[in-house]
Design a protein around this ligand. Structure first.
Ligand SMILES: [Zn+2]
Length: 226
């Protein structure tokens, strides 16, 4: 039997290592990627009314309302659908956020007949762990490689490209607390919603990158084997 495309919704706080897992999973499973942030950034480059307004909202730290986001998802999903059997599935990075987006996501997945194999996972870490990790984090300004500095002897050049690693200006304790607050306000109710429906898979995020990856893979393979 032809397998239904895998829809993997990955949620997690800043510092949960979500971005790293997205990249690993994409490569391993040959999945497409949908990041609402990237879609909005691309959409704002179109200098029409909505493009300009999206730019305005984002630049002022606001939230683009669900119908606007939904339209972007639907267009992207249509592209995926047009790939036919070549479409193996998609990772949704950090969406849906607000509860209304969660409802709309269910509608969208239902519309495209992708509601058979939806996995919603939270890479779970405590606020303390998030702050602790981000305080030790350095990033390569050239290739985006993220490195957690474990000891003072660790190299401060990028292992990928040799560029000198930097601390991002927003990676302060204050900046991190702001992002954690944002998660509580914008995402927590969606996490609770999925949890109350018995649809949330919690992944222990307080372990190695390989450990998190293996746990995610186990959850993906679960229903594929029975
Ligand atoms: Zn680099």
């Amino acid at each position: 039997m032809e397998k239904s495309p895998l829809i993997l919704i990955l949620l997690g706080k800043s510092g949960s290592g979500k971005g790293t897992q997205v990249n690993l999973l994409k490569d391993k499973l040959g999945l497409d990627f949908l990041g609402t942030g990237a879609l909005l950034r691309a959409r704002k480059m179109v200098g029409d009314f909505s493009g300009n307004k999206i730019a305005d909202v984002i630049d002022n730290g606001g939230i683009v309302p669900p119908p606007v986001v939904f339209k972007l998802w639907m267009d992207k999903f249509e592209e995926f659908k047009n790939k036919g059997d070549a479409f193996k599935g998609v990772i949704l990075d950090g969406s849906p956020r607000k509860l209304r987006e969660a409802w709309l996501m269910d509608d969208a997945l239902g519309w495209f007949e992708w509601d058979k194999r939806v996995k919603i996972m939270l890479i779970d870490i405590s606020d303390e762990e998030a702050i602790n990790r981000i305080a030790k984090r350095k990033i390569c300004p050239k290739c985006g490689n993220i490195v957690v500095i474990a000891g003072s002897n660790d190299s401060d050049v990028c292992s990928n490209c040799g560029e000198k690693l930097i601390i991002r200006p927003e990676d302060t304790i204050e900046g991190t607390q702001k992002r954690l607050e944002w998660f509580r306000e914008e995402v927590a109710e969606t996490v609770e919603h999925y949890e109350s429906m018995g649809r949330l898979i919690k992944i222990n995020g307080e372990q190695s990158v390989e450990g998190v990856f293996n746990d995610i893979m186990k959850e993906i393979e679960k229903d594929d084997n029975n």
